[in-house]
Design a protein around this ligand. Structure first.
Ligand code: MN
Length: 134
């Protein structure tokens, strides 16, 4: 076995995220494994851009109150212990609520040629606000 000690906390890049978001890489598979796991911590109001994942993504909320929203208008209000799966190609965003931090484990895989996430445009203020009302 292999101990992977706690990683330094990085700040998520502003070209793909709104607000302050902290990321700790947990695991990136090698060889046959294409698993990627990160702990992502969103401050209140912070969220991703619209995006989609080549092999889907599983989000597991560990703390706080958050939102996961798909392009068809489906809104999940995320609470600790909840898990949301977004299938390959489904456009979505995720993040904290206006009022609370939100932390989730983000679990995904790369394709054989290394594709994982395709980033799109920022979520508009109106889209972000509307998700809270849904
Ligand atoms: Mn995602």
């Amino acid at each position: 076995m292999e101990l992977i000690s706690v990683s330094p906390t990085a700040t998520a890049p502003s070209e793909n995220f709104t607000g302050t978001v902290y990321v700790n890489p947990i695991y990136q598979g090698t060889g046959e494994s294409r698993m990627i796991v990160s702990l992502v911590r969103f401050t209140p109001g912070a969220h991703t851009n619209w995006h989609w994942h080549a092999v889907g993504q599983t989000l597991h909320c560990t703390d706080g109150l958050g939102l996961v929203v798909s392009r068809d208008g489906t809104v999940v209000h995320l609470r600790p212990g909840d898990t949301v799966y977004t299938p390959p190609g489904e456009q979505h965003w995720h993040g904290a609520s206006f009022t609370n931090m939100m932390s989730h484990l983000a679990m995904l895989e790369e394709t054989a040629d290394g594709a994982s996430t395709t980033w799109l445009e920022p979520v508009s203020d109106e889209e972000y606000a509307a998700a809270h009302r849904a």
